[in-house]
Design a binder for this molecule. Structure first.
Ligand SMILES: Nc1nc2c(ncn2[C@@H]2O[C@H](COP(=O)(O)OP(=O)(O)OP(=O)(O)O)[C@@H](O)[C@H]2O)c(=O)[nH]1
Ligand SMILES: [Mg+2]
Length: 298
């Protein structure tokens, strides 16, 4: 049976590059179905996609996360590759990203950009921001990743079927990575060259706004997917501070510091119980997930 490959291109006002990206994808992977996800572009992006005779899906809710959700829902294939329509990722590496997914050794393969980025490919602070995010995610989730935010990734039909993506903007890549780790999927990386946007094309990423949204996403993912670490950690700190304060006041409950110490210890205990309850819930969700993703019996 032939493997059905879908190449998914999120596109918002990329008339300067979308045509060339489609040509590059076709040359690299002639068998693939190319699908452009246009998100209310006001330039010629959609017209160019139509001229190139690729499938065009229009998504009315603005934002890359909304588009990724539409990709997972609207395209049927055995393996998927998504890459940005801004010509910053080398389309000729698609076969390298797909290989581990097709041979079953990885569920998701990420095109990692930090090995050899072209000068100017990363804007000021983006490089450092990316590194901090990546180190934190790798540390918290016990993974060895070097690029969490890359928009160039290949994944299996199973990933497309089960990742419960809910974010709406540029936080979506972080979300996909963490969800894949939570469900014990295998993520590997392939080093790729990352290029600067060509002359006349403009980034849609707003450093502060989108950077802050990504930071909030990490906090949310921590709370949702690592509740025992988050609430348990806060609880231990609270108990530690409360105990020190209590000892320094000789556990005198008639003094405000003594009352504060007891309050902190109780708050700590409450936080740890919350973490334990949520951790158990997560465990049951994982069990359920393991059962519902099993192949149906004969
Ligand atoms: N469909 C859709 N695509 C989007 C939207 N925002 C960005 N994109 C696409 O997502 C891809 C990534 O956007 P970029 O602006 O390049 O963001 P980035 O690559 O993180 O940032 P740069 O490093 O500045 O290029 C591009 O192909 C955009 O066209 C959106 O709201 N809807
Ligand atoms: Mg880009």
């Amino acid at each position: 049976m032939n493997t059905r490959i879908a190449v998914l291109l999120p596109c918002y006002n990329e008339e300067a590059t979308i045509g060339a990206v489609i040509d590059d994808v076709r040359a690299a992977c002639p068998a693939a179905e190319i699908v452009v996800f246009d998100n209310n572009s006001t330039d010629r992006s959609a017209a160019i996609a139509a001229e190139k005779q690729v499938r065009l899906v229009r998504v009315s809710r603005q934002g890359k996360g909304n588009v990724v959700r539409a990709m997972l829902k609207r395209v049927e294939a055995d393996v998927y590759v998504m890459l940005d329509a801004d010509a910053t990722y080398p389309a000729d590496r698609i076969p390298d990203l797909l290989r581990p997914v097709i041979d079953g050794s990885s569920d998701m393969v990420v095109g990692a950009r930090f090995g050899r980025p072209e000068a100017g490919a990363f804007r000021r602070f983006h490089h450092t921001g990316n590194r901090i995010l990546c180190r934190s995610v790798s540390l918290i989730w016990g993974a060895r990743l070097t690029d969490v935010l890359s928009g160039y990734r290949a994944f299996s039909a199973e990933v497309a079927r089960i990742l419960p993506v809910v974010s709406s903007g540029f936080e979506v890549e972080t979300e996909m990575t963490v969800q894949a780790l939570f469900y014990n999927m295998t993520i590997s990386e392939v080093d790729i060259e990352y290029r600067a946007r060509p002359e006349g094309s403009f980034s849609k990423l707003r450093s502060y706004r989108d950077g802050f949204a990504i930071f909030l996403q990490v906090v949310h993912l921590l709370r949702a997917y690592k509740p025992l670490t988050t609430f348990g950690g806060l609880g231990l700190v609270s108990i530690g501070v409360g105990s020190l304060l209590g000892l320094s006041t000789s556990v005198d409950l008639s003094r405000p510091a003594g009352i504060l110490a007891v309050t902190l210890i109780l708050l700590g205990a409450l936080l740890i119980s919350t973490g334990l309850i949520l951790h158990t819930l997560n465990f049951r969700v994982k069990e359920l997930h393991s059962v519902i993703t099993r192949r149906p019996g004969p």
